[in-house]
Design a binder for this molecule. Structure first.
Ligand SMILES: [Fe+2]
Length: 357
């Protein structure tokens, strides 16, 4: 059963509490390595690091340069499933504008933002919100968010987009258009990387008409006890691809070779995740990595995630025949995106139930 939570994390954080309410306190075993100072963690140079992929050569005329770039992208998608993209073609100025309009919106008083509140119980998931209490686990995440569909343009509902600041729509729409172009480029490289025709993954994920870009602005207030909670629980993204901008405050950790690795803050980069959808289509060759968000005492963290998702019911997602062989049997059963969501929820509820026994 799901019940709405009483308030916003931002209100709780600004109320001056020294101890966080018990709903936000996670079990010890879920907090492995959370105790450290995230600012110190981010500086550490030892151990494996999330790769940085320079996309400058992605369309280069010079074949060698182009192949080198594409090979690196493919390798990172197979080994890590997460990377920092640099020279991705989206200008620093546009990224700054997108971040600015989001920050201005989140700077509004909570009462103002509540005018945009979503209503998850009745299925209106777009708008301002916070995670609902899942009574199976009883844990809440230390974040508020704003969620809305940004592409294709004919599927948007601009009436629920922030009206303040007034260039919110323009900046976010332009970012969506440019990001959509980048998605095609990335999917082209990842298709070729599997020996497929270049447009194949794009088509399998819904194409220009049906692939949905959903933006979630995550707002993580300062937390008096960051060692006891999480901003985002450990999860893999269900999307095909996810692109993330952030305000240069560390918080993302990925689970690589049995250790939590803190992602560095790379200037002007976009973090890209391979999601479950591509992991399934590629029969596990591209990885959807487990990751989580940790919070801190000193600085508000904001991130702008865009999830690129196939349509809910129109496409059956399963390993593409070309990725399956006698020695590499299909690792995933056929499911629509909606069934995939339900399956993940069911698995999580079961795990929570078993951990409580
Ligand atoms: Fe995620």
């Amino acid at each position: 059963m799901i019940t709405p939570m009483a308030g916003r994390v931002e209100s709780l954080a600004s109320s001056g509490i020294q101890a966080i309410p018990k709903e936000y306190v996670w079990h010890k075993e879920e907090l492995t390595d959370v105790a450290g100072d995230i600012f110190e963690e981010e500086k550490k140079e030892d151990g494996p690091q999330v790769p940085t992929i320079d996309l400058k050569g992605i369309d280069a005329e010079d074949e060698k340069e182009r192949e080198r770039c594409r090979e690196e992208l493919k390798k990172a998608a197979m080994e890590w499933g997460v990377m920092h993209l640099v020279n991705h073609g989206i200008s620093d100025e546009l990224m700054s504008r997108v971040k600015k309009v989001g920050e201005v919106f989140f700077d509004l008083p909570v009462e103002e933002k509540e005018k945009y509140a979503n209503d998850q119980a009745s299925g209106n998931i777009q708008g301002y919100g916070s995670k609902l209490v899942n009574t199976a686990s009883g844990r809440l995440e230390w974040e508020d968010y704003y969620f809305h569909l940004i592409f294709p343009e004919d599927k948007r509902d601009l009436s629920i987009w922030p009206k303040t600041p007034n260039d919110y729509i323009e900046a976010t729409s332009e970012y969506a258009r440019q990001l959509r172009g980048l998605v095609t480029k990335i999917l082209t490289v990842l298709s070729l990387g599997l020996g497929l025709e270049e447009g194949r993954l794009e088509k399998e994920a819904g194409g220009l008409e049906e692939l949905l870009l959903q933006m979630k602005i995550n707002y993580y207030p300062k937390c008096p006890q960051p060692e006891l909670t999480l901003g985002v629980e450990p999860h893999t993204d269900i999307s095909a691809l996810t692109f993330i901008l952030h305000n240069m405050v560390p918080g993302l950790q990925v689970f690589y070779q049995n250790k939590w690795v803190t992602a560095k803050c790379v200037p002007n980069s976009i973090i890209m995740h391979i999601g479950d959808t591509l992991e399934i289509l590629s029969n596990g060759k591209y990885k959807s990595i487990l990751h989580r968000g940790v919070v801190n005492k000193e600085k508000v963290r904001i991130s702008w995630a865009v999830f690129c998702e196939p349509p809910k019911d129109k496409i059956i997602l399963k390993p593409l025949p070309e990725t399956v062989s006698d020695t590499e049997p299909a690792l995933f059963p056929p499911r629509t995106f909606d069934q995939l969501i339900q399956h993940k929820l069911f698995k999580k509820t079961q795990e929570n139930f078993l951990s409580k026994k």
